[in-house]
Design a protein around this ligand. Structure first.
Ligand code: NOJ
Length: 534
């Protein structure tokens, strides 16, 4: 029997570096800020951090437009500080995962600059094509994920592909130099002691031959999930396998099914992948159960751990997702956002459900991801003035989609006024403004309140290794409509998504509950971890 590896059961904390902690007072989070908050992460009890891109970037997409893969953006610090952060995190018992962005570079990357100058062979590293209809019409019908055509025309009349912003030209992964360069970049960071990478748009690198039209929004996209992508990851796995201790990969791959996802997790490919169904599932027991069963069985089919993600920097925060009426089925990405946002959000209800869902998430087998601020119960900030919005989605959609700024607001650490300890006193305003009422959700305020969501997370993370890590399979227990109950080992987790309270099993004591005072009876929108009385 092989022993369990850390990445099969880890709780990974996602640090959105721009918004985590600002050490130098420019209103943008940085490495100095992260270093100063390592004790916070230690007290929280997570096993690893994943840091969103910290490389030099013109910030056309908040750092997902990388200009140099072997350096640190000056707004975030220096390579020397990065080394120190990695060493200090390791000393605090935390693994460090970085974000690698292989689908596209920044338009400021030296390769793209050389391509614009038409240096010999430089354009072949990207996807330049002549236009149609005499050159005026883009080479095919693909749309950018952020809105508008996925092609931009250069001064000399040719077009280049960008599945995201125009400042994010797509690389040509058929080019041997591209493959070689990224394997070298992985080794560069592995040599610095980094424990692994989250792979951005892992399903996008290889495009269908000839870049054919998609033909309609319902058709499979010729830019995604092409079989040729797997060969790339076999090469990456070989790089990781050269290192001791084991370096790992997590795929961000939005693919149509868990079956397609599991292909990325074959033994000679990636170690894990985000399963995103949990963050699209409504607060309804039957749907959650379906999603959980599916995630577990498909991961098991390739010997990978299931992964549980409630939110990240690309989607509305959990509290707000649960603060409105819940659909019966999955919340598709083309959720009728406008209609839904028109409904008033009951954040207190959303927070109760988010607390309960945290206990659900942290009791399941596999790895769990906590996006910074989830442990503080922060809501999506939907009221941002248009002029402060930074997400390229806003402008590229012709100001119809507000995009993702609302889940990227700088964290409140202490005090009753912005910047709530995010920046030192006397600093520049934070890069996105924080709401007036966030003092109540600051780390300091929640530390003083024994019943806060922060203290719930701390208690859950402290109990998790004893109760759930290595506790075996999920065994569903008979339960009323709207209720989830399962046992793993000696412990049970009960979640009530219905409208009526239920009795918890007799002879069991509550070890932890999502609300104070729960004993014997579980109210709606609450969860409890219980164990048989001895
Ligand atoms: C996924 C990242 O999470 C998102 O923030 C980014 O905009 C796109 N990939 C493009 O890199």
């Amino acid at each position: 029997m092989t022993s369990v590896q850390w990445w099969e059961t880890a709780v990974v904390y996602q640090i959105y570096i721009r918004s985590f902690a600002d050490g130098d007072g420019d209103g943008v989070g940085d490495i100095t800020g992260m270093r100063s908050r390592l004790p916070y992460l230690g007290a929280l009890g997570v096993d690893a951090v994943w840091i969103n891109p910290w490389y030099p970037s013109p910030m056309a997409d908040a750092g997902y437009d990388v200009a140099d893969y072997r350096e640190i953006d000056p707004a975030y610090g220096t390579l020397a500080q990065a080394r120190e952060f990695i060493a200090e995190a390791h000393a605090a018992g935390l693994k460090v995962l970085l974000d690698i962005v292989p689908n596209h570079t920044s338009d400021q990357h030296r390769w793209f600059q050389a391509a614009l100058r038409s240096e010999l062979g430089a354009r072949e590293r990207y996807l330049f094509r002549p236009g149609r209809a005499g050159g005026e019409v883009p080479p095919n019908d693909w749309q950018s994920i952020f809105g508008g055509p996925a092609w931009t025309r250069t001064d000399d009349g040719s077009w280049y592909l960008h599945l995201f912003a125009p400042g994010q030209p797509d690389l040509n992964w058929d080019h041997p130099e591209v493959r070689k360069e990224f394997e070298a970049v992985l080794a560069f960071w592995f040599d610095l002691g980094v424990d692994g990478f989250r792979i951005d748009v892992a399903h996008g690198l290889v495009k269908a031959a000839g870049l054919p039209d998609r033909g309609g929004p319902g058709n499979p996209h010729p830019a995604f999930d092409q079989d040729g992508v797997h060969e790339i990851y076999r090469g990456w796995r070989a790089v990781a396998n050269r290192y001791e201790p084991q370096r790992i990969f997590i795929a961000e791959a939005w693919v149509p099914s868990n079956e397609r996802l599991s292909r990325y997790l074959r033994p000679d490919e990636l170690h894990t992948a985000f399963q995103f169904d949990f963050l699209r599932a409504p607060w309804r027991a039957a749907k959650l159960r379906e999603v959980i069963d599916e995630a577990i069985s498909s991961a098991a089919s390739v010997g990978a751990p299931p992964t549980w993600v409630l939110s990240n920097h690309d989607v509305p925060r959990t509290v707000t997702r649960y603060a409105r009426s819940q659909p019966d089925g999955m919340v598709e990405s083309e959720w009728e956002r406008a209609r839904w946002v028109a409904e008033a959000a009951d954040h207190e209800l959303g927070r109760r459900r988010a607390r309960a869902c945290a206990l659900l998430q942290l009791s399941l087998p596999g790895t769990a991801y906590v996006y910074q601020g989830e442990e503080l119960g922060l809501e999506e900030v939907e009221e941002l003035p248009d002029e402060v919005r930074q997400d390229p989605t806003w402008l590229q959609s012709g100001r119809t989609d507000v995009g993702r700024d609302g889940c990227r607001i700088p964290l409140p650490w202490s005090g009753s006024q912005a910047p709530y300890g995010f920046s030192p006193p006397g600093s520049a305003a934070s890069w996105l403004p924080q709401p007036d009422h966030w003092g109540a959700y600051s780390v300091a305020a929640q530390e003083r309140d024994g019943d806060s969501i922060l203290n719930l997370y701390r208690a859950a993370l402290a109990l998790r290794p004893q109760l759930w890590v290595g506790a075996g399979d999920v065994r569903w227990l008979a339960s009323a409509d709207g209720v989830l109950g399962y046992a793993r080992g000696e412990a049970q987790c009960w979640v009530n998504t219905g409208d009526v309270e239920i009795a918890l099993p007799e002879g069991f004591s509550v070890l932890l509950a999502s609300e104070p005072g729960i004993d014997g009876v579980l109210p709606p929108d609450a969860a409890a971890w219980v164990r048989a009385r001895r």
